[in-house]
Design a protein around this ligand. Structure first.
Ligand SMILES: [Cu+2]
Length: 491
């Protein structure tokens, strides 16, 4: 055996023992339905007129299975879009070719801890991490992004993110708009310097508030124009911004027809004039362009709202796009004659309802205070320690619990989009906030908690034991340590 081979083998063995997986470095007979090499690379892509923009992004290649399950987005920094079927086994070989440690989190997926992308699993530049899991979530719009501690905001901002779309038999039976009529829309904000290069956090204040870019990008591109045919579309929106919150509404005043949220389809379509969409939240809209004339236009906007506390006064003042002001997210132009109006199915999907009486702590929900302490965002006064778990962060396999996120409010308070790894939860209710419409329906994995607001969620810890994360998905807050472990233990 040559020395290089030996070293490589030792690395593979080391990685295996660390993750508890015993995978051969080269899988001769992979049992996966889909096997993908997903590399994080430095790249330069055309974003604005003139010089190309330096980005860090994911590049993917199918090495086993249907190549059509991985869709690349040309001239975008976004990683390839996965399209997988519930029940498929996927193996993903993450190759880290950026000059920082990294690891991928499959946002919203119900996977074992070794597949969840905890920062303790981050691999150095030049190394590989192998994920191997069976897709267990219901149909929905999930996504993936890096999760190394202290570097997540920087890497996501640089371009590292992509969609992971799951379908299942129930969804397929509905005949929802598909193919070109199933349109993902990833909303992110970015700032550029005079040389077209990305500008990130410039001051401690910007880090503490969360970074806001001065322009909205759509699907990893500067062009927000979308050409649509005169029919019904399924628009899958992801707020992939580091900290920006949007309040979605149509420019012509029509209602938003919400058919799905983070964890897939609702039971029934929901009609609302507007909805708040925090970082990491997803919403699936039924968009009907069927009664519009050729060449007519309509836009998805973010409309005004107040984010409260210190956030409102400070955030966005330096950026050209003040948080809570009115601006355009996407502009649709109808390029062919309409096929007439259409409506989503009245019944979409079965949603099992979790109820408080199933929770072991229904009388005493766990309370998590979200608080700024001396410029430091904290959860119950704590910040992230790589393998620390407090007594109130331990739960039992198979049990159902209620957690309450309490944004303490006050002068310095800010919105905190809270995300729990490894599962989907349901929102039981909220109180004390500004009273906007929030995305609280269906299965969720991220929920916006506004200043002064208290949000109760219910969840079941099933199938997997081990350590997961819960944290603020304002990525600057997360990197500052507004993140904690929770541990699922034996019954
Ligand atoms: Cu936060």
């Amino acid at each position: 055996m040559k020395r290089r081979q030996f070293l490589r083998m030792m690395t593979a063995l080391g990685a295996s023992s660390a993750t508890g997986m015993l995978l051969p470095k080269q899988s001769v007979a992979s049992e996966a339905d889909l096997e993908v090499v997903l590399a994080a690379v430095k790249d330069r892509i055309p974003v604005l007129p003139g010089q190309p923009t330096g980005v860090w992004r994911y590049q993917g290649e199918v090495i086993k299975g249907d190549p059509g399950q991985l869709q690349n987005l040309p001239n975008s920094w976004l990683g390839p879009t996965f399209r997988v079927q519930k029940g498929q086994r996927v193996r993903i070989r993450f190759r880290n070719r950026i000059p920082q440690e990294s690891i991928i989190h499959w946002h919203g997926l119900h996977v074992a801890p070794e597949n969840d992308g905890h920062p303790r699993l981050a691999v150095p530049s030049g190394e590989e991490y192998v994920y191997d899991f069976t897709v267990d979530n219901r149909a929905g719009s999930y996504w993936y992004h890096p999760h190394p501690h202290g570097l997540t905001g920087y890497q996501v901002y640089g371009g590292m993110a992509g969609l992971f779309l799951i379908t299942d038999k129930e969804e397929q039976g509905l005949g929802l708009p598909s193919g070109a009529y199933d349109l993902p829309l990833v909303i992110q904000d970015r700032s550029f310097d005079a040389q077209n290069q990305l500008v990130y956090v410039r001051s401690p204040m910007e880090r503490m508030n969360g970074f806001l870019g001065d322009r909205i990008m759509l699907n990893g591109r500067a062009d927000r124009k979308v050409s649509v045919k005169g029919g019904a579309y399924r628009l899958r929106l992801l707020n992939g911004s580091n900290s920006r919150i949007c309040r979605l509404a149509w420019s012509d005043g029509r209602m938003l027809q919400i058919i799905g949220t983070d964890g897939g389809l609702l039971e029934r379509p929901l009609q609302v004039p507007d909805i708040m969409l925090g970082p990491a939240e997803r919403v699936d809209l039924w968009a009907d362009f069927g009664d519009m004339r050729k060449d007519s236009r309509v836009s998805l906007l973010s409309i005004p709202f107040r984010s409260g506390g210190g956030h409102r006064g400070m955030m966005g003042r330096r950026s050209g796009l003040v948080l809570g002001s009115r601006y355009e997210l996407a502009r649709f132009r109808v390029v062919s004659r309409g096929t007439g109006p259409s409506r989503p199915p009245e019944h979409l999907a079965r949603v099992e309802k979790l109820v408080p009486k199933d929770a072991v702590n229904a009388e005493h929900p766990k309370r998590f205070l979200l608080e700024m302490r001396h410029m430091q965002p904290t959860i119950n006064g704590r910040t992230f320690r790589m393998s620390e778990v407090a007594p109130d962060e331990m739960v039992r396999l198979g049990q159902t619990e209620i957690w309450e996120f309490v944004n303490t409010g006050g002068m310095m308070s800010m919105p905190h989009p809270m995300h729990i790894h490894g599962l989907s939860f349901q929102v039981l209710g909220r109180s004390g906030g500004p009273g906007y419409r929030f995305l609280d329906e269906g299965w969720k994995d991220s929920v916006l908690v506004m200043p002064g607001e208290r949000v109760a969620v219910i969840m079941r810890f099933k199938d997997h034991k081990g350590m997961y994360l819960y944290h603020c998905h304002n990525l600057e807050h997360e990197d500052l340590g507004m993140m904690r472990n929770y541990l699922v233990r034996d019954q």
